[in-house]
Design a protein around this ligand. Structure first.
Ligand code: 13P
Length: 256
C-alpha cells in the first residue's frame, strides 16, 4: 500500500506564500511512486495552485467543503466546485467539529459529497483528553467512524481514507501530549476491527489509516512504523518546508 504524507496548512499562508512554498517543494521532490504527498492549503489558494502543481509528484487537498452542490448557502464552497481542482479533502477535522460545530451527520454528508464528486475524503476521527480519561475512546471512535461513513454506498467505501487524530495530541491543543506508538496502534487496530465487523475483512485491511498529532521529522519514523498506520496528517510541521521535506524523506526511508 502507498504511504500518504498530508500537510494540513489550516488557516496559514497568503496565496502568494502558498505558491512560493509549492514551487520550492516540488522543485526538489522526486516522483515517488509509493508515497502520495498531499498539501491542503486554504480554499482561496486551491484554484491557482491547481494550475501550478505537478500532479506526477504530488496532489492537492482541500481542508473542508460543503455537501450541497449549489444553493442558498452563503459563504460555502461546494465539493462540486472543487471537482477537478483537488484530489482529496479533509473532512470532519476536530477543529471543524469543535469550533464550527460539525456533527457526525454533517460529516457523513460531506464524506458522501466528496465521493460523489470524485474527491477522496480523509475522514478525521479522534477523542478528546477527557474522553480518553473517562475510558470513552472506543465509543467515540466507533460513533465517529460508523457515523462518518453512514452515507457512503458500500461499493464506495474503498475510496475513503481515515485519519486518527487524538485531539489531546494536536500541537495547538493546550498542554498537548505526544501520543505513544502503542496508544496509536491500539486505536488503529480498533478502527480496523470496527471496519471489519461492519463492512468485512477486505475493507478493514485495505482502507488507508493515517495518524496526526504533533508529527515532525523526529517522530515521523516511529509513527510510520506503527502497525496498521499508512501515513501522516501533519499540521504545524508542514508549514516549515524543510520539516515537511524531511518527513517525506523519512517516509521514503521507512518504505525502502
Ligand atoms: P499538528 O501536527 O500541528 O499537531 O496538527 C495536527 C492536525 O490537526 C493535522 O490535521
Amino acid at each position: 500500500m502507498k504511504s500518504y504524507i498530508v500537510g494540513n496548512w489550516k488557516l496559514n499562508f497568503t496565496v502568494g506564500e502558498a505558491s512560493i512554498y509549492l514551487h520550492k517543494l516540488q522543485k526538489n521532490l522526486p516522483n515517488y511512486r509509493d508515497i502520495e504527498v498531499i498539501i491542503a492549503p486554504s480554499t482561496i489558494a486551491l484554484q491557482p495552485l491547481s494550475l501550478q502543481i505537478d500532479r506526477h509528484k504530488m496532489k492537492l487537498g482541500a481542508q473542508n467543503a460543503f455537501y450541497r452542490d449549489y444553493g442558498a448557502f452563503t459563504g460555502e464552497t461546494a465539493f462540486s466546485q472543487l471537482r477537478g481542482i483537488v484530489d482529496y479533502c479533509i473532512v470532519g477535522h476536530s477543529e471543524r467539529r469543535y469550533i464550527f460545530r460539525e456533527d457526525d451527520k454533517m460529516v457523513a454528508k460531506k464524506v458522501a459529497a466528496a465521493v460523489r464528486n470524485k474527491i477522496t475524503p480523509i475522514l478525521c476521527i479522534g477523542e478528546t483528553e477527557s474522553e480518553r480519561a473517562f475510558g470513552e475512546t472506543a465509543d467515540v471512535i466507533r460513533d465517529q467512524l460508523i457515523g462518518g461513513l453512514s452515507e457512503v454506498a458500500d461499493d464506495d467505501l474503498e475510496k475513503v481514507i481515515i485519519a486518527y487524530e487524538p485531539i489531546w495530541a494536536i500541537s495547538s491543543t493546550k498542554s498537548a501530549k505526544l501520543a505513544s506508538p502503542d496508544e496509536i496502534a491500539e486505536v488503529v487496530s480498533l478502527i480496523r476491527k470496527i471496519l471489519g465487523d461492519t463492512y468485512g475483512k477486505k475493507l478493514a485491511e485495505e482502507v488507508p489509516i493515517l495518524f496526526g498529532g504533533s508529527v515532525n521529522s523526529s517522530n515521523a519514523g516511529a509513527y510510520l512504523t506503527v502497525p496498521g498506520v499508512n501515513g501522516l496528517l501533519v499540521g504545524g510541521a508542514s508549514l516549515i518546508l524543510s520539516e515537511f521535506t524531511d518527513i517525506i524523506e523519512v517516509a521514503k526511508r521507512v518504505k525502502s
